[in-house]
Write a protein that binds this ligand. Structure first.
Ligand SMILES: Nc1ncnc2c1ncn2[C@@H]1O[C@H](COP(=O)(O)OP(=O)(O)OP(=O)(O)O)[C@@H](O)[C@H]1O
Ligand SMILES: [Mg+2]
Length: 358
């Protein structure tokens, strides 16, 4: 039986003192479950005065320890989110409770921007890091959050592979890199370790990273998303008030169709498209300067017309972009003067303009 099923089975064996199964309790008590090799960390949400606080943690610990792979268990108990003061029977309270809930994390940022694409590997993480750096170099206070819970790449790209954040007053301190504050699940769990993530857990992991990190606030929060329009995108749109999304695409038809799909998905959850970036737009020969449109060209500008979004700029294919990502010293941190560095500066400028024009 795979480890995820073993956890589900263990949780389903636990009953509360009144005989009610733990998993049927509403609201959900088990808020998060993170497994790292032989270590499991379980987070419970229980009101301060709940009698369950006495016995349940030990009960859960005993049950989870039955799982062969697990040697150590930590059970953390947090208080339930504070209840609204509204009179429960007021019409306004009822109407509000019927709205999809948006817990607004990251409210201390002027702009919270998700970098998205429909297709994988088009350069979202590369654009996130270098755009964030271009904004930092313009004098803005920028944070960078890796929302790719399944395949985090920011620790490698920003030279912080293997670095663990410090903790103060039970909160994670973001890792500083190139003048930016960053956080990634990749800095919390070891690479290649078994991490169990399924839909609800991904939501919980995202929420923990937003809630338990001491995000300092500032002008920009840039969020690197995984590809597609799956549960992470949806969770994020529920957990924080995104100012908008920047869609990354290559000029190829197939990537563009997916970019349009991603744009439609964001508009469904009422998130503005701040603009489209065309990445790997062309290759400029370093010897003769001739530009070759490897994946055809200008497709993104065409797509912008379709989705009525601003075109933010085109980034050429440059070997220094790739090397910067692999070696953890991003292109924009290298003081180079190349077509790609100009492109990132233009994109930063156009993004600010797109935000100002609202
Ligand atoms: N303009 C560019 N020139 C050269 N290499 C690039 C460029 N843009 C991205 N790359 C390289 O392409 C690869 C994929 O880029 P990246 O990881 O940023 O894509 P992604 O969209 O974040 O991928 P995923 O969907 O897996 O998260 C990386 O090796 C990166 O260095
Ligand atoms: Mg990525």
């Amino acid at each position: 039986m795979d480890i995820e099923k073993q956890f589900e089975a263990a949780f389903s064996r636990i009953t509360l003192e009144n005989g009610q199964p733990l998993v049927s309790f509403e609201p959900e008590i088990v808020h998060a479950c993170i497994v790292n090799n032989d270590f499991a960390k379980i987070t419970l949400i229980l009101p301060e005065d709940s009698p369950l606080r006495g016995s349940l943690p030990a009960q859960i610990e005993a049950e989870i320890k039955q799982i062969e792979q697990i040697e150590r268990v930590a059970v953390e108990v947090l208080a339930a989110p504070p209840q609204e003061n509204n009179p429960a029977n007021s019409a306004a309270a009822k109407a509000a409770s019927q709205q999809p809930k948006r817990t607004a994390y990251l409210q201390n940022y002027e702009a919270v921007i998700a970098v998205a694409s429909g297709k994988g590997g088009v350069g979202k993480s590369t654009v996130s890091v270098n755009l964030a750096l271009a904004l930092t170099q313009k004098g803005y206070k920028v944070s960078l959050f890796d929302a790719d819970i399944y395949g985090p790449s920011l620790p490698i790209m920003t030279g912080k592979r293997g670095e663990k954040p410090s903790v103060a007053a039970n909160r994670l301190i973001p890792i500083e890199t190139y003048g930016m504050q960053t956080m990634s699940i990749g800095n919390l769990v070891d690479e290649n370790d078994a991490v169990i993530w399924r839909g609800p857990m991904v939501h919980q992991a995202l929420e923990q990273l937003l809630r338990d990190t001491n995000w300092p606030g500032g002008d920009f929060m840039i969020i690197d998303l995984p590809p597609g329009t799956g549960d992470i995108q949806l969770s994020l749109s529920q957990l924080c008030e995104l100012t908008g999304a920047v869609i990354v695409s290559t000029p190829q038809d197939v990537a563009l169709i997916d970019a349009v799909k991603a744009a439609q998905m964001f508009s469904k959850v009422e998130i503005d498209i701040l603009g489209v970036v065309e990445n790997m737009s062309f290759f400029a020969c370093p010897k003769c300067g001739e530009e070759t449109a490897i994946f055809s060209r200008n497709g993104a500008e065409e797509a912008c017309k379709k989705i009525q979004a601003p075109f933010l700029g085109a980034i050429p294919i440059e070997v220094d972009v790739r090397i910067g990502g692999d070696e953890g010293k991003p292109l924009m941190a290298n003081n180079l003067d190349s077509a790609a560095t100009h492109a990132f500066r233009t994109i930063a400028k156009n993004l600010v303009k797109s935000l100002e024009e609202g």
